[in-house]
Design a protein around this ligand. Structure first.
Ligand SMILES: C[S@@+](CC[C@H](N)C(=O)[O-])C[C@H]1O[C@@H](n2cnc3c(N)ncnc32)[C@H](O)[C@@H]1O
Length: 284
């Protein structure tokens, strides 16, 4: 069992074009982004990386439409049923919108054929109550019932003796998409024999996924936004068969749990959600 490096680009983005997706699904309107003033949709925003990790920052980041459109596409193209995200924000709205589309299309099949206790729900974990409120107030009314915000304090901890952080009170779920886009490295309380992540030259190091990795079902996808040190830490410590791809162009890490199905429910979910292609990606 191991994490291997593989090119997931075709598997994830074969049928994806940013502008086509935007014209079909006006995610900009959902996020109240004014396209006329936004500039080139595919261009990377100039994001102040310090602001994104500074817990004292109260100035909202701008929405990064390219990343958000890719997330929207992943939920639709993989027929995702349950999202768990770490780090609330614009992505919460985008996940909820995509799951509402899947719900309309798939509700009957999922209820009849699969074992999913949290169908078409987004569970969003954050340690900052103010940013949770900001995300909640931005949610269109029609999406509120499928979004569950979890205000979870952040604590310094260890994984096999190594310094990392954990959120306390992460919901007990079986997500088929996990999005890791939080926390910052400064907000955790406590220390490990005096060590913390809270230094400007250190980086976030969330280990939550490692603790429940063995409950995830084959076909699950983990997306890590930036956070390359954290993604490498996960790659070094995940124990099951994952394919890992770093999309350097837009600095996101993708880990797909590429194992044979656990049983009939999981097999049906894989066939319905990921199609026959998934078999070709299985690790021997
Ligand atoms: C990288 S942000 C998460 C962004 C979110 N996943 C998204 O795609 O919009 C990391 C942390 O910043 C805070 N945050 C959320 N939205 C924010 C915003 N618009 N501006 C600044 N900080 C934000 C939250 O506490 C969050 O955990």
């Amino acid at each position: 069992m191991a994490v291997i490096t593989g090119d997931l680009n075709l598997a994830l983005f074969r049928e994806f074009d940013l502008r086509d997706h935007l014209s079909k699904y006006p995610v900009d309107a959902l996020l109240e982004v004014e396209l006329e003033n936004y500039g080139e949709v595919g261009a990377k925003r100039v994001v102040d990386r310090w602001a994104t990790v500074n817990p004292g920052n109260t100035v909202p980041f701008v929405a990064e439409l390219d990343d958000l459109l890719r997330l929207h596409h992943l939920v639709l193209s993989r027929n995702v049923t349950t999202v768990l995200e770490f780090g609330t924000g614009y992505s919460t709205t985008v996940f909820a919108d995509a799951l509402a589309i899947n719900d309309q299309q798939d509700a009957g099949f999922v209820e009849r054929e699969l074992r999913r206790s949290n169908p078409f729900e987004v569970h969003s974990v954050d340690n900052d109550a103010d940013w949770i409120e900001a995300a909640r107030s931005r949610l269109p009314e029609v999406l509120t019932s499928r979004v569950y915000f979890h205000h979870c304090p952040l604590e310094v901890g260890e994984f096999s003796g190594r310094l990392c952080t954990y959120y306390r009170g992460v919901p007990n779920l079986a997500p088929d998409l996990i999005y890791l886009d939080g926390p910052d490295q400064f907000s955790a309380t406590g220390d490990l024999r005096g060590l913390t992540t809270a230094h400007p030259d250190r980086m976030p190091m969330a280990a939550d996924v490692l603790v429940f990795e063995h409950f995830l079902t084959p076909g699950a996808l983990l997306v890590v936004d930036g956070r390359t040190a954290n993604a490498r830490f996960l790659a070094a410590n995940l124990q099951r068969n994952w394919v890992h791809w770093h999309a350097e162009e837009y600095d996101q890490h993708f880990f797909e749990l590429t194992e044979t199905p656990l049983g009939p429910y999981n097999a049906r979910q894989i066939e319905h959600c990921l199609g026959k292609d998934f078999k070709s990606r299985l690790i021997a």
